[in-house]
Design a protein around this ligand. Structure first.
Ligand SMILES: Nc1ncnc2c1ncn2[C@@H]1O[C@H](COP(=O)(O)OP(=O)(O)O)[C@@H](O)[C@H]1O
Ligand SMILES: [Mg+2]
Length: 252
């Protein structure tokens, strides 16, 4: 594997008396799509919050491109677990928000997002308010806002968690196609085994809280994986292996 763009080494964290992260070490190379898969409450969002500087870890270190990640340096575009669209801003003005926070002027930010509206299935909805969109469109809006920031790496926290099963599946298929086309570097946090197997180059499986990495799996299957094909028995086998790990974590 090429030199990692991001490394987390021995990260541990407690909230008061609650031991959340026991020992998290992971890495990701440029162009890789890596999932962190674990049960609810394991500490997945906490890992992302530590990366974005919202939370200081008690132990461990984070390296980005080989040097310590300082809070002042923010190489990540972060899509939080709740879509966090601002209800009073139109869709267009929600998608420019990340750029505006970076200091890009609104006119320039609009010029950059506009060509992406069609690809994100949002064309014609630029002047709508978030409340006028379907759940899938809201998530695509939030994702567009993340992608357009053109940071070296994206952090996606359960981007489809709030969607109904069919919309969710459609979004996974769409995201897979987008990724195949753009090869963005990303960490996806999810508790959905199928989603992780369908989308990832590699998966880290977490134990329940206090979280440690119990398994790392490289998913060496052809894409697209969200359409029927000869890869499906292998996908199912991998899913079953991971489900066993999640349902019957080994006692220490
Ligand atoms: N700011 C906080 N203060 C205290 N406890 C927190 C805080 N953030 C998260 N927790 C607790 O840490 C645990 C892990 O939370 P989280 O990282 O959100 O899990 P996940 O994203 O895997 O569902 C949960 O028990 C949660 O209640
Ligand atoms: Mg979470």
């Amino acid at each position: 594997m090429t030199a990692p763009i991001l490394e987390m080494r021995g990260i541990a964290h407690r909230f008061g008396g609650l031991d959340v992260l026991a020992d998290i070490s992971l890495n990701i190379a440029a162009g890789e799509f890596v999932s962190i898969l674990g049960p609810s409450g394991a500490g997945k969002s906490t890992i992302l919050r530590i990366l974005t500087g919202g939370q200081r870890p008690d132990r461990g270190e984070i390296l980005f491109e080989g040097t310590t990640l300082e809070a002042s340096r923010q190489p990540f575009a972060f899509m939080p677990q709740r879509d966090a669209l601002m209800p009073w801003r139109r869709v267009l003005d929600n998608t420019t928000l990340g750029l505006e926070v970076q200091g890009v002027k609104r006119a320039e930010a609009r010029r950059r997002v506009q060509p992406l509206f069609a690809e994100f299935g949002l064309e014609g909805f630029e002047t709508h308010y978030p409340s006028e969109l379907s759940g899938g469109m809201r998530q695509r809006t939030a994702l567009l806002r993340t992608v357009v920031q053109q940071r070296p790496m994206m952090l996606l926290d359960e981007p489809f968690g709030a969607l109904d099963a069919l919309t969710r599946f459609g979004m996974q298929r769409w995201l897979e196609a987008m990724w195949t086309h753009h090869s963005w570097t990303a960490i996806l946090v999810t508790h959905d085994v199928r989603e992780a197997v369908a989308l990832s180059d590699r998966i880290y499986v977490l134990s329940p809280r206090p979280a440690r990495i119990v398994h790392e799996i490289e998913i060496d299957l052809p894409r697209p994986r969200t359409v029927a094909g000869p890869h499906q028995p292998q996908m199912t086998a991998i899913e079953n292996t991971i489900l066993e790990l999640l349902l019957h974590p080994k006692e220490e």
